[in-house]
Design a protein around this ligand. Sequence first.
Ligand SMILES: [Zn+2]
Length: 112
Amino acid sequence: MSDDERARRVGLNEAIFRQVNEQIRDLNRDFGTEEGTMAVICECGNSDCTERLEVLVQEYERIRGDARHYVIAKGHEIPSVETVVEQGEGYDVVQKDEGEPAELSRELNPRS
Ligand SMILES: [Zn+2]
């Protein structure tokens, strides 16, 4: 697999989990638990990863304010396409590197 292909595959996988998490977030909102935490699925590039992370709903909202940011389990970052920019309680936040990974991330952003 070429690097480009690999980057694209990782990006697609992360975007899919992000969409799932957006739906979880919407459900939380419907149930009026805006102040609480939500269980999100690790948004890392590994398609076999199903790790659950507890994130404050407000925190998730803030993190997702940037289309390049993803919530992942600690140590799940893929250094060739992303950089850890924040360390939370039990999770890390990664930012997609500029270029192909960031572009793909914006392209697949459910909010754009
Ligand atoms: Zn993961």
